[in-house]
Design a protein around this ligand. Structure first.
Ligand SMILES: NC(=O)C1=CN([C@@H]2O[C@H](COP(=O)(O)OP(=O)(O)OC[C@H]3O[C@@H](n4cnc5c(N)ncnc54)[C@H](OP(=O)(O)O)[C@@H]3O)[C@@H](O)[C@H]2O)C=CC1
Ligand SMILES: O=C1OC[C@@H](O)[C@H](O)[C@H]1O
Length: 394
């Protein structure tokens, strides 16, 4: 007990204070589009402990914001103003771009980045709809550039362990997957990008993308149909127009072999009994023919997680796994590596021509976006519109 508490404290400290590793001369130089809230966790801190990655530039719509961000995070170059994103893309010192813009801008700036010859680490969900996702991966393929949708949890050994347990047959074949992400109302401000339709908002876009991805990954097959889609709440509009942004949405999908998955994303969990604030919940339960697997916190497992495996029957004991480091020989990782640090390792490996331990293919991202669109249609909500941006091709 005491030792696991000490490990937790050590991990938490190391997550934000990784050992600084000086970048090698041939390190991948990243440029960040937008001084986004997620950029420090997703790229800047992970790059500090990677000798082949350096965050070289940031671009923000305001020069002051870009410079403040650059000073705070030790980023060499700051671009600011209305042309800043394009200026960053035109910088020959930038090898790869991290795109954490609002979902509705993923397409335009990824297409521009690829056109400028940059590899792209693209935030989830990849696009506003599957048409956008398909086009981005087509262009990356045509240009021979790397494009990765940042489903960071997929790179962590904890989810690999879940996959291995399910594949081992220990608790039999999967029957149903229940996966949910729920945040209390008020977690994000009302003007957050997540609640803006034009920017690709919606709970199924923002959090549901992980859930659909997780169900597809664990089941190891593509869904057949959306059996049901239930709106938990809609974000009210201010102009009297019909609401189109899901604050909370739950859907059940069918998979081959009578397998089902229920995904529930909610940005607006009400307080218990109307007054007691709720904690965020990230839950994964896999019901199998011979038992059940339950994982707490599959999205940010470095902080803390557990995987409970319970066999059916009276004698069925529960065993618990916690997997903070890769079990396989030769796979790199440390207890304090976040999902983002594992993801960066894979991205850099790919750019350097090495084989990453884990990868997310174009087909995977396209299928994920397809089912996000399908869930919206089943819920009677519009699919997020395709960007009006058109790439002028030479
Ligand atoms: N992988 C993960 O764990 C997470 C991923 N995400 C994803 O990252 C992306 C960004 O999320 P988050 O960092 O929380 O969001 P933020 O609102 O903090 O960042 C979005 C950035 O987009 C830029 N931007 C450009 N145009 C607009 C516009 N019209 N309105 C608002 N912002 C604009 C802003 O850049 P500027 O500085 O130029 O003003 C801003 O910094 C989303 O795709 C989200 O899904 C988010 C959180 C966690
Ligand atoms: O990890 C996450 O959890 C909270 C979400 O709103 C965020 O965008 C997502 O990436």
């Amino acid at each position: 007990m005491a030792s696991s508490f000490i490990s937790l404290v050590q991990r938490v400290y190391r997550i934000s204070h990784p050992p600084d590793t000086p970048p090698k001369n041939d390190a991948i130089r990243f440029g960040v589009l937008g001084a986004a809230a997620i950029a420090p966790d997703a790229l800047i801190t992970p790059a500090r402990s990677h000798s082949e990655a350096v965050v070289y530039a940031v671009a923000a719509r305001s020069l002051e914001k870009a410079q403040k961000f650059a000073r705070k995070h030790g980023v060499e170059k700051a671009y600011g103003g209305p042309q800043a994103y394009q200026e960053l893309l035109d910088d020959p010192n930038v090898d790869a771009v991290y795109n954490p813009l609002p979902n509705g801008l993923h397409y335009e700036w990824t297409m521009k980045a690829l056109q400028a010859g940059k590899h792209v680490l693209l935030e989830k969900p990849s696009g506003n709809n599957v048409e956008e996702t398909r086009e981005m991966f087509e262009l990356a393929g045509a240009k021979g550039l790397v494009l990765l949708e940042a489903f960071h949890y997929r790179f962590h050994p904890a989810i690999h362990s879940v996959q291995a347990i399910l594949k081992s047959g220990e608790i039999g074949a999967i029957k149903h997957v229940e996966v949910s992400l729920r945040l209390p109302k008020g977690w994000f401000p009302e003007n957050d990008i997540r609640f803006d339709f034009a920017l690709g908002g919606g709970a199924m876009m923002d959090m549901g993308c992980y859930l659909i991805n997780c169900a597809r990954t664990l089941i190891g097959a593509e869904p057949l149909s959306v059996l049901s889609a239930t709106l938990l709440n809609l974000i009210p509009t201010t102009d009297g127009s019909a609401p189109t942004v899901d604050g909370g949405l739950s859907a059940t999908l069918s998979f081959p072999g009578d397998v089902t998955a229920t995904v529930t994303a909610n940005h607006r969990e009400p307080p218990v009994l109307g007054i007691i604030p709720r904690m965020p919940t990230v839950l994964l339960v896999v019901e199998c023919e011979g038992g059940e697997l339950r994982m707490m916190n599959f999205v940010a497992p470095t902080l803390y997680h557990y995987i409970d495996v319970k066999k059916k029957g009276k004698s069925g004991k529960t065993r618990t796994e916690k997997v903070y480091k890769p079990a396989e020989a030769g796979v790199k990782g440390e207890e304090w590596w976040t999902t983002y640090r594992y993801q960066l390792e894979a991205f850099v490996d790919k750019l350097k021509g090495r084989t990453p331990a884990t990868w997310i293919s174009a087909e995977d991202s396209i299928a994920n976006m397809t089912w996000i669109d399908n869930v919206y249609q089943a819920a009677g909500l519009p699919v997020r519109p395709r960007s009006t941006f058109e790439l002028s091709r030479p």
